[in-house]
Design a protein around this ligand. Structure first.
Ligand code: SF4
Length: 363
């Protein structure tokens, strides 16, 4: 068995470790690229959303490298994510690929679903070891998330923000090789020390932007043209809520215990959207309002073309921006998006925020 899974931000780090520790051969697909996207677009139904197309491209590239078992998500979600696995399986079989698909139903079964899913893939591994592997994987994720958060903070304050990006880019490989708590601690301290050694820009006075929208668009640097690095180099600190550790806390544990999550965000969004329409729409609206109250300079809202939940959020957003007077840049991403146009829009938005800040100061 050679297992693979789609790329989604840094999720490959704990997944590759869990499989490797169990002695299961794991093929991490190459990072998302133009080729991944064009393969996904070639075989996907036209109407499907962008994350699916990239996931499909990841699977094809991994099968070219020998993968024969595809690990994927399933579930009863209101949006198209609920039937991604069925569509992907059908499309790939129609294209002539032979494989086994194993799915993880995170919305219905939460952490028990994760244990069942890993048990199917890890064979006879005892339950307590699987539980230990999940715990260690979540610790690795937490380390990756913290390193990303630190990078968001430090980039706009560094003399050369690219140095921070380069350190962060090396982190996934280094963390994935740390298989014990002590190794993990050591790798994390080394990376934090490297961050600390990057010379600071004493004149830095970064603006703060909330990066919101559909989860995959926000966390996957290929699809969002590495917007965090781009904004960091423009002297903007990025703050985002979408991290796998937050996702795991909510969907693996709080929901399993029947506890409501993110009450504050939902309460903020309630005057504009009173029920969860799936995806991240309610968080996009609620977080926009909370960020404004926290004094943020603006919001970048990323959404995939044809994503129903985010289209709902986008259609409500003008009312929110009017009521709360916060600049919001909504960018619809699809396979036609070019980097030059994307960068121009971000630059214009940063100019607008700067002008707004200057005017506020002058008042
Ligand atoms: S939230 Fe939107 S982009 Fe994400 S899976 Fe659902 S429909 Fe597709």
């Amino acid at each position: 068995m050679k297992v693979t899974f789609p790329h989604a931000g840094q999720a490959w780090v704990p997944l590759s470790t869990v499989f490797a520790k169990a002695g299961v051969e794991c093929i991490v697909p190459p990072p998302c690229s133009k080729r991944t996207l064009s393969l996904g677009v070639k075989y996907s139904p036209e109407w499907v959303c962008l994350p699916f197309k990239l996931n499909l491209g990841n699977f094809i590239e991994a099968m070219e490298m020998g993968a024969d078992t595809l690990a994927y998500v399933s579930g009863p979600g209101l949006c198209r994510l609920g039937y991604y696995s069925k569509v992907a399986e059908q499309v790939l079989r129609d294209a002539g690929y032979e494989f086994r698909m194993v799915t993880f139903d995170w919305q219905e079964k939460q952490v028990l679903g994760l244990v069942e899913f890993l048990k199917t893939l890890l064979g006879d591994r005892p339950w307590h070891q699987i539980a230990g592997d999940i715990k260690f994987g979540l610790t690795q994720l937490a380390v990756m998330d913290e390193l990303e958060r630190q990078a968001h903070y430090l980039r706009p304050r560094a003399a050369n923000p690219t140095e921070i990006t380069q350190i962060l880019r090396s982190a996934g490989q280094r963390v994935s090789k740390a298989w014990t708590d002590s190794d993990l601690k050591r790798v994390k301290s080394q990376i934090l020390k490297e961050y600390e050694d990057v010379p600071k820009n004493p004149k830095a006075n970064p603006m703060r932007v909330g990066l919101l929208g559909e989860f995959f668009m926000v966390i996957e640097p290929f699809v969002n043209m590495d917007i965090e690095d781009l904004l960091g180099r423009m002297g903007v600190e990025v703050v985002r809520h979408a991290f796998f550790t937050n996702w795991a806390k909510t969907w693996l544990f709080l929901e399993a215990l029947g506890l409501s999550h993110d009450k504050k965000v939902k309460k903020a969004a309630a005057p504009y959207l009173s029920r969860d329409v799936s995806g991240d729409a309610i968080f996009t609206l609620g977080e926009t309002i909370l960020h404004q109250k926290d004094g943020f300079d603006g919001i970048v809202h990323l959404l995939p073309f044809t994503c129903m939940p985010e289209i709902i959020a986008q259609s409500i957003m003008p009312k929110v921006t009017k009521d709360y007077e916060i600049p919001v840049l909504s960018i619809v991403l699809d396979e036609q998006m070019g980097r030059a146009g994307f960068v121009t829009r971000i630059e214009a938005f940063v100019d607008l925020m700067q002008r707004k800040r200057r005017l506020k100061k002058a008042d």
